[in-house]
Design a protein around this ligand. Structure first.
Ligand SMILES: Nc1nc2c(ncn2[C@@H]2O[C@H](COP(=O)(O)OP(=O)(O)OP(=O)(O)O)[C@@H](O)[C@H]2O)c(=O)[nH]1
Ligand SMILES: [Zn+2]
Length: 351
């Protein structure tokens, strides 16, 4: 197989080196618009649709290609168009519950190495929302890094305190930056490795678009000032996987942008840093806080230091993540299906 133009997807490594049939290729989904896709392969960018067979096989919307997915495509029209035969198993993903009561998910993006959880130092800063994004990243196996923007809006001492508090409260790496002064931008750039895929998760107005423009070194996206205070809001409708100059890739989808708004009025959005802090004193490191002896969380509950309500919502959130974990295992089964698929392709090649 020829070298992969967009970095190496883990699942491609199982492939033993025989070429795909003529006109077939591995490609990455760079944009989704309802049932039409943009894909990028060695040959460049092309529009693509699902084969009838694939769209028939898809059981749930999460099985449809999303931005960042690796797919097997077959070109036609001299490479201008393609059909998608197969979605390769996802190494990592970001998804959220579909609006409404049913336990349906929406895939936001796939195969992301690091998700930057973006909050502004001042206006948007919200620990509960932070926790929610952290759960979402953990759910899909994506490594989170917290990025506090608009560092120019608070004094350096306050920024330092905030960085320490957030890092202690979440156990997650925290960076700060300012689009205005450029502070922290180099440190952020150093984190972006060629061939790896990143995304920015955060509410509208925290400075994601401005940051992307800074990283790209040109005005690729439209930002507009909504208020003079640095608190802005506008909607970006494009859905894209962007190739940065250094070879790193950045995924920016509307789904990521709507997230903060959805999460804000969602009742499950309870942060649980307090529960976690009690759990440090549990007798067993892997205590589930349900019935183990020496559980410090239940002790806090009995003392009244932790409310029944908090305890219950912690479990609700935890169950959700466990459920996510399970369905990810189900996805793994698809690895095998992909193996079979490759075998079939190779068999066909022998003729
Ligand atoms: N003070 C200050 N303002 C900033 C900074 N970065 C962005 N802004 C301002 O914040 C507002 C929103 O910035 P955007 O980059 O559009 O925010 P966004 O997160 O992309 O918002 P959506 O596209 O709606 O998701 C604009 O008015 C920016 O000029 C910063 O580092 N410091
Ligand atoms: Zn416990």
């Amino acid at each position: 197989m020829e070298s992969n133009p967009m970095g190496t997807a883990g699942c491609l490594e199982t492939y033993d080196g025989s070429p795909l049939p003529d006109g077939w290729s591995f490609a990455r989904v760079t944009a989704v618009d309802r049932s039409s896709y943009m894909i990028r392969s060695q040959a460049g960018e092309a529009t693509a649709e699902l084969t009838g067979k694939l769209s028939y096989q898809v059981e749930s919307t999460v099985d449809l290609p999303c931005v960042g997915d690796w797919v097997v495509v077959q070109f036609y029209d001299d490479g201008a168009s393609a059909v998608i035969h197969e979605v390769l198993p996802r190494k990592t993903f970001l998804r959220r519950k579909a609006p409404g009561a049913r336990a349906e998910f929406q895939m936001i993006a796939a195969n992301i190495d690091i998700a930057f959880i973006v909050q502004s130092c001042l206006y948007d800063f919200n620990p509960r929302r932070l926790d929610r994004y952290l759960v979402m990243a953990a759910d899909g196996g994506v490594e989170p890094v917290i990025l506090l923007t608009k560092a120019d809006l608070i004094p350096p001492e306050e920024l330092e305190q905030k960085l320490q508090a957030v890092s202690a409260g979440t156990g997650t790496r925290v960076l700060s930056m300012s689009n205005l002064t450029g502070a922290g931008l180099d440190e952020l750039r150093l984190m972006l490795s060629p061939g790896k895929t990143y995304c920015l998760l955060g509410s509208s107005g925290v400075g994601k678009t401005t940051l992307i423009n800074n990283l790209m070194g040109r005005e690729a996206f439209d930002t507009k000032t909504v208020s003079g205070t640095g608190e802005g809001r506008h909607t970006t409708t494009r859905r894209q996987l962007i190739l940065l100059d250094g070879g790193a890739m950045l995924i920016d989808t509307p789904g990521m942008r709507e997230l903060g708004l959805l999460g804000a009025d969602d009742g499950v959005a309870g942060g649980f840093a307090d529960v976690e802090s009690f759990s440090a004193a549990c007798r067993f490191a892997d205590c589930t806080h349900e019935r183990e002896p020496g559980c410090a969380v239940r002790a806090a509950l009995e003392r009244g230091d932790l409310s029944e309500e908090r305890y219950a919502s912690y479990f609700k959130l935890k169950k959700e993540s466990d459920f996510y974990g399970m369905s990810y295992e189900d996805k793994r089964k698809k690895d095998k299906a992909f193996g079979r698929f490759i075998k079939t392709v190779k068999e066909q090649l022998k003729d």
